[in-house]
Every structure is written in C-alpha cells, then in structure tokens.
Design a protein around this ligand. Structure first.
Ligand code: GSH
Length: 197
C-alpha cells in the first residue's frame, strides 16, 4: 500500500522528503494549506503536534521530517548518514525552525525588530549557522551522485525557501547561491518548486 505524505507546497521540511522519495518511493502526496481555515482545521485534527509533514503508513502516523526520513531509510535500506552529515542536518533543521518561527510570528503580527532577548537569540543563530554551512555548500558537487542525499536535499530546500520567503539574504553567501544553481536540475527539484502565490 502506498504511503501518504501530508504536507504543504511550500514547507522546506516537506520538500526535502518529497525530494528524497522522488522516483524511488511510491508516495501519495496530500497538500494542505494551514493558512486557510479548512487546512488549519484538518491539520489540527490529523496531528496532535499540528505541524507538517506527517507520514501515514497504514495505521501508523509519523510526525517529524527526520523521524520520517529514518523510517524510510530503514524500510528502503538507504545508506546510513555519517555523524558529520547528521550534524549538518541538525544545523539545517535548527535554522529552518528559527526562520519558520520568525515567519509565523511576523504573520501573527509580532514586531520582530524590537528589543527582545528571545528574538536576539533567534537572530544570532542565523549568521552562525549560515557560516557553519558554508564549507558544506562549497564541498557538494552536482556531478557526484552520492552528494545528492537527504542532507544536501535539506540544504537545498532550506536555502531555496529562505530566499523565497525573504527570511535570509544569501548575497553574502556566494557558495549557497552556487549550490542552488548547481543542483537545480536534480530529479524532483522542478516538480517540487514553490508556488508563487
Ligand atoms: N521538527 C519538525 C518541524 C516541522 C515544522 O515546523 N513544520 C512547519 C511547516 S514548515 C509547520 O507545520 N508549522 C506550523 C506551526 O508551527 O504552527 C519537522 O522536522 O518535521
């Protein structure tokens, strides 16, 4: 029976799973929009965590992108990620979380420019993680098939979405821009690109 992935067309946490499944896992993708009342009500009903993505395999529901990846990797006998790759994934997930929270705070009407210790901590995290990711972005080659993996898919999904939502300015990070350009023709990238509206 095909697996179902509940997600949205814009979430980077969802896109990286769609990319890793592209052409190799039979996935039924259900897109919802929780910015709309019906999507919001549906997400609340389907998950106690109220976040996307959710993977459904028969009676089983899995609620977090990394746990979903680990489940799929085990099922499909994908090579284990190294500790170095896991660390990069943690950094990518952390910066994505921070940006997603800032985006939602702003959408909810909060002032993100104000003097606030919590927001300072969020803001400090962005340049330090972007710096940390520099050597990774530089080292990945689109000509090496093994370099297109869950970690690089996560990096691609984050950079692309962060620019799309204007959450980070990547112009001081030429290696990030070069990475996006080099990997833009990988399988599934065009098909999972973010809708304009
Ligand atoms: N740790 C979670 C984070 C998922 C997440 O934050 N998803 C966002 C979409 S990008 C979401 O559903 N946010 C809804 C909310 O925070 O209310 C994962 O890796 O799946």
């Amino acid at each position: 029976m095909a697996l179902t992935l509940i997600g949205s067309l814009t979430s980077p946490f969802v896109r990286k799973l769609r990319l890793v499944c592209w052409g190799r896992v039979d996935l039924n993708f259900e897109a919802i929009n929780y910015f709309q009342p019906e999507g919001e009500a549906y997400l609340q009903k389907v998950s106690p965590i109220n976040k996307l993505p959710i993977l459904i395999d028969g009676d089983l529901k899995i609620f977090d992108s990394r746990v979903i990846y680990n489940y799929l990797a085990k099922q499909n006998k994908w090579p284990e990620l190294t500790i170095e790759q896991e660390n990069y994934l943690t950094a990518i997930d952390a910066i994505t979380d921070t940006c997603a929270n800032m985006f939602l705070y702003k959408k909810g009407g909060m002032d993100l420019e104000g003097d606030n210790w919590y927001l300072d901590r969020q803001r400090q995290r962005l340049p330090s993680i972007l710096e940390y990711l520099k050597p990774l972005a530089k080292s990945l080659s689109a000509n090496k098939p093994e370099d297109w993996n869950f970690m690089s898919m996560s990096l691609f999904s984050f950079y692309y979405w962060a620019e799309f939502r204007k959450l980070v300015d990547l112009s001081p990070y030429p290696e990030a821009k070069a990475f996006l350009e080099a990997f833009k023709n990988k399988p599934g990238v065009k098909e999972t690109t973010l809708p304009e509206s």
